[in-house]
Ligand binder design. Structure first.
Ligand code: PBG
Ligand code: ZN
Length: 336
């Protein structure tokens, strides 16, 4: 028989025992590096025309397409929970080839914004700016043959941003991944007297399978091809930094990465490089993975939500767009 190996009682250098600070909840709370707060969250809302409409979205559990009046009620609930704000997506009654309805001052986004503005809630009102919800073909810009025409798309995005800003958006968020979109928005907003409207740029947006449930919600799946000629290759991180630099140069006030969990390295890098607020979008597919696994009893829903949000903030995000905004806020509020 071999003798048991003798180990020194204190095997770490200089008696260091990291477990000391994990001994009880109070100690753990004292040394916690990352804290979640509801005020960091933006809740995505899908709005449609009409009144008293709440149509559940099959691919996005707990979410629905809301008419403006119902969206206002939902906004009151979110404000009560201390959620930071909302991010609006519009689904028009009718789509066309060039996505003209995106800039409709009487479309669901503008209408909801006007109603919300009048409520004076302590919420940031942000509006996504893209054409894909409004085009018959589902691409994020106007087509020239089968190509998405970058420069022909810019004025349409800018027009939509001006319409939303005039209706009351505090923040417009261009998501089409057209080159120059941030500069185009800024140069249209300023002369319209909207120099105080902030731009949150979808700066690093990967062409991701994780947008699938959203596209079902918005009816914006491309009818042909994919978005790889404008959204970034998920393999690229240095390119993401170039995109962020360009958007900063064009006047972005906030830089966003998307999807969130697949971009934690980009958040960490961006945190070191850029001194503007950073945002991350925990997209529909990230939510769907958690919901589906939780439904099967394969993981704890609340734990998965809070852990993923914590990691996103730990990596460097100041702001998180999340479909769990209301749930996470109520869990965090209950802890106090
Ligand atoms: C519109 C837009 C999309 C998302 C945000 N803005 C869809 C896409 O690019 O296909 C994705 C959000 C999500 O998946 O939750 N361009
Ligand atoms: Zn789009």
């Amino acid at each position: 028989m071999r003798e048991l190996v003798r180990v020194r009682t204190v095997s770490t250098p200089a008696g260091k025992r990291p477990r000391r600070l994990r001994a009880n909840p109070a100690l753990r709370a004292l040394v916690r590096e990352t804290r979640l707060e509801p005020g960091r969250f933006l809740a995505p809302l899908f709005v449609v025309s009409g009144r008293d409409r709440r149509e559940p979205i099959a691919s996005l559990k707990g979410h629905a397409r809301l008419s403006a009046d119902v969206a206002v009620a939902e906004a009151h609930r979110l404000a009560g929970l201390g959620v930071g704000g909302i991010l609006l997506f519009g689904i028009p009654d009718a789509k066309d080839h060039d996505g003209r309805a995106a800039a409709d001052e009487n479309g669901p986004v503008a209408q909801t914004l006007r109603m919300l503005k009048a409520e004076n809630l302590p919420l940031v009102l942000a509006a996504d700016v893209c054409l894909c919800e409004y085009t018959t073909h589902g691409h994020c810009g106007v087509l020239h043959g089968e190509q998405v025409d970058n420069d022909a798309t810019l004025p349409l995005l800018a027009e939509a941003a001006v319409a939303y800003a005039e209706a009351g958006a505090d923040v417009v968020a261009p998501s089409a991944m057209m080159d120059g979109q941030v500069g185009a928005l800024r140069s249209a907003l300023d002369p319209a007297g909207l120099e105080n409207t902030a731009i949150m740029a979808y700066a690093s947006k990967h062409a991701s399978v994780l947008y699938g449930p959203f596209r079902e919600a918005a009816g914006s799946t491309p009818s042909f091809g994919d978005r790889k000629s404008y959204q970034m290759d998920p393999a690229n991180a240095r390119e993401a930094m170039r995109e962020m630099q360009l958007d900063t140069d064009e006047g972005a006030d906030i830089l966003m990465v998307k999807p969130a969990i697949t971009s934690l390295d980009l958040l960490a890098r961006a945190r070191d490089r850029f001194d503007v607020p950073l945002a991350a979008y925990q997209v529909s597919g990230e939510a769907a993975m958690i919901e589906a696994a939780a439904e099967r009893g394969w993981l704890d829903r609340r734990g998965a939500v809070l852990e993923s949000l914590t990691a996103i903030v730990r990596a460097g995000a100041d702001i998180v767009m999340t479909y769990f905004a209301a749930d996470a806020a109520s869990w965090l509020n209950a802890k106090r």
